[in-house]
Design a protein around this ligand. Structure first.
Ligand code: NI
Length: 396
């Protein structure tokens, strides 16, 4: 793959972006514990002259502003996540994690370093745009309770009022030089459920004296699989997966209870509501039909990540300026969830995927793997890409 020629100002700061990424990589911190990372970012932002630097938002989150030289205008929020994962690093790199059991295995070190690079570029290109760039470094994307929502609750979308949000995720299964983007839903919601069937235990030889929770839970499993096939529009992807089924202690005892847990993935708020409602109706109805009761815990995780169609189209044009039209690919939706979704539910925007895989360098491992690495040639591309998107949006 021939790498794109980067703008001269980006090319010049790439060594600094790589050094920052390596520093963050060496010192990974788990979600909501990014104290040193946050301090490092805040110092960098202050040094480059970003304004109104706010720290400690939702724990370790940071925002800062860069005002364009062309006067008043819109405000665009650019987001990076800062957290690492509870993994022991197994890469051969000299800047491997110094913290046992913690590792940047999803590329958030790259996201943070790239957004600091974007800040530098936008500070230097101030005279090219009107309005305001709000830089947003968020804690904890990997945990079930992410940092995006508390940052929004803390008011990061106001003062100044944010009109649009953009961000990027590196992708090791795509080669460096490609960027993947699309309008509409790109990542699924991730909800968890636990259904406990309360029957009535008894002797395995005398089932008529009991209410068998295993048989009822088995019916519920089968019923849950019909939500997707019978209730959801066949053109919309939805997953309802019962993933654990626990009950019983011995081969001749009908137990009192049975417990199912599982996950629900959807790409729209409507299907998310539908799946939750039908899951509860199906489980409750089947249990009632057999004289049992159920308790249902339904925990909503991240919502679906939905790119605004117009913002994605705008981003596509900007990204083509950086990597060439032939390297801007239409992204297919993926099932893992992402809390950039909260920003995109509140404001129009676009989240795109920046290729960071490189077979020739042996950078082929998937995200969340102890051998995960990113091709540092992708960092300059990501900086140029996000800076271009921000400028084009503000001038649109
Ligand atoms: Ni990630």
């Amino acid at each position: 793959m021939v790498l794109p020629t980067l703008p001269a100002d980006v090319d010049e700061i790439v060594p600094g972006v790589i050094a920052d990424r390596r520093f963050i990589h060496e010192h990974p911190e788990l979600g909501f514990q990014e104290h040193e990372t946050s301090k490092f970012v805040a110092e960098r932002l202050a040094a480059l002259g970003a304004e109104d630097i706010q720290t400690g938002i939702a724990g370790t989150g940071i925002t800062a502003l860069i005002h364009g030289g062309k006067g008043e205008g819109k405000c665009v929020l650019l987001r990076a996540d800062m957290d690492a994962l509870p993994l022991t690093e197994e890469t051969p790199v000299e800047f491997a994690s110094r913290t046992p059991g913690v590792m940047h295995a999803c590329g958030h070190d790259g996201h943070t370093a790239m957004l600091m690079g974007v800040a530098r570029i936008l500070q230097e290109r101030k005279d090219q745009f009107a309005g305001t760039v709000k830089l947003c470094f968020q804690p904890s994307e990997e945990a079930n309770e992410g940092g995006a929502r508390p940052m929004i609750e803390a008011g990061v979308l106001e003062n100044p009022h944010v009109d649009a949000c953009f961000g990027q995720h590196v992708m090791s299964d795509r080669p460096t030089g490609e960027i993947w983007v699309n309008g509409g839903p790109i990542q699924a919601s991730a909800d968890a459920f636990k259904i406990t069937v309360q029957g009535k235990g008894g002797h395995g030889a005398m089932p008529h004296t009991s209410i068998d929770p295993i048989m009822i839970a088995a019916d519920i499993v089968s019923g849950l699989h019909k939500i997707v096939s019978r209730n959801v529009d066949p053109l919309d992807p939805v997953v309802v997966s019962p993933c654990t089924f626990h009950s019983g202690t011995a081969g001749n005892i009908i137990p009192d209870t049975a417990e199912l847990t599982g996950t629900v993935r959807t790409f729209s708020p409507e299907n998310r509501d539908l799946a939750e409602t039908r899951l509860k109706e199906v489980a409750t109805g089947i249990a009632a039909a057999h004289g049992a009761t159920v308790t249902i815990e339904y925990d909503r995780g991240y919502p679906p990540t939905i790119n605004d169609v117009e913002m994605a189209a705008l981003a596509e044009v900007s990204l083509a300026k950086v990597v060439g039209e032939e390297n801007v690919m239409k992204m297919r939706p993926i099932m893992p969830a992402e809390d950039m979704s909260y920003f995109l539910l509140e404001r129009p925007g676009c989240y795109f995927m920046t290729g960071c895989g490189n077979e020739a360098k042996g950078i082929v491992w998937p995200h969340h793997h102890p051998k995960f690495d990113l091709d540092e040639d992708a960092l300059g591309i990501g900086v140029a890409a996000l800076a271009q998107v921000a400028i084009d949006y503000l001038n649109s």
